[in-house]
Ligand binder design. Structure first.
Ligand code: HEM
Length: 263
């Protein structure tokens, strides 16, 4: 594997982020199945429940993984094109799940004669979905279609990175508002302020989502954990090959990192 600065810290944070994200998904599943009405597509509460479930799985967990996927050092051997497909694919999947979750909540509101788009949660949430669709279309157009000029790719990159992190942060904010609203609307007797078990459980879900967001943002903003540029990668791979051919005692596919994690 190719060298990465502070590899152990990276790995620890990544595993922690993945675990927290996974536990958030388990929590939202338990919330809708155990504390709420389960899942269904009948215009009632069970249809609404798809909304938080798909948002946490797709828009939060999958989007978070998609953001850090280039940074996994064991993928640095893979071609950049393949990594772009994985990054774009995860984001498209997250978008599809977010879109289905919106259909569920709009359908629920229309069936129950509840007004649409009145809350700050819905404004922030829908804006994030619209920006996300734009981010995906521009990202695919500029970085996956072979016709776009190289200088455009370079000029647009800081905007792509910034807007990706901005959208992800907005999604976390929208989720926290949505969770709070749902607890206030949904808990009648006892009320939210009486701290029934569901309230405590879902407050913990909100904390887990925030911690997941914080870890992903930290991992994604460390310059030293960036995937090295392609030229540097090729020269590192070449020198690894040379070192190996000069060491007959090493198996051709053995790990060439030393004790300190360097090549
Ligand atoms: C983070 C991504 C999310 C986005 C993009 C999002 C988006 C939206 C949108 C656009 C609406 C308006 C639907 C309408 O007016 O008919 C809505 C409603 C709602 N959402 Fe979310 N949502 C998200 C997460 C959540 C989560 C995690 C919950 C937790 C249960 C939640 C709870 C609600 C509730 C209770 C409503 C109905 C009340 C209202 O319109 O504010 N949302 N959401």
């Amino acid at each position: 594997m190719l060298a990465m600065e502070n590899y152990r810290l990276f790995l620890a944070l990544l595993v922690f982020a993945f675990a927290v994200g996974f536990v958030s998904v388990v929590f939202v599943v338990r919330w809708v199945l155990h504390f709420r009405e389960g899942l269904g597509w009948d215009g009632g509460a069970a249809e609404f429940n798809w909304h938080p479930l798909l948002v946490v799985i797709g828009f939060i967990f999958l989007q978070g993984i998609a953001i850090v996927v280039y940074r996994l050092p064991w993928t640095w051997k893979c071609s950049k094109l393949m990594m772009k497909f994985i990054h774009a694919g995860l984001n498209v999947l997250a978008f599809i799940l977010a879109a289905i979750s919106l259909v569920a909540v709009f359908d629920f509101h229309n069936t129950q004669n509840i007004p649409n788009m009145y809350s700050l949660h819905s404004w922030v949430g829908l804006t994030a979905v619209i920006l996300y669709s734009l981010q995906i279309v521009l990202g695919i157009g500029i970085y996956l279609l072979p016709i776009s000029p190289v200088h455009l790719r370079a000029v647009f990159m800081p905007i792509h990175v910034y807007s990706g992190l901005f959208i992800f942060t907005s999604v976390i904010a929208a989720a926290l508002m949505g969770i709070t609203e749902k607890l206030i609307f949904g808990l009648k007797d006892p009320k939210y302020k009486d701290s029934p078990p569901e309230a405590t459980f879902v407050n913990v879900l909100g904390l887990l989502i925030s911690v997941f967001g914080g870890l992903i943002l930290w991992i994604a903003t460390r310059p030293s954990w960036k995937r090295p540029n392609e030229q540097l990668l090729r020269s590192q791979l070449n020198s690894a090959d040379t070192a190996m051919s000069e060491r007959p005692d090493l198996e051709p596919n053995s790990d060439t990192r030393g004790k300190n994690g360097k090549m």
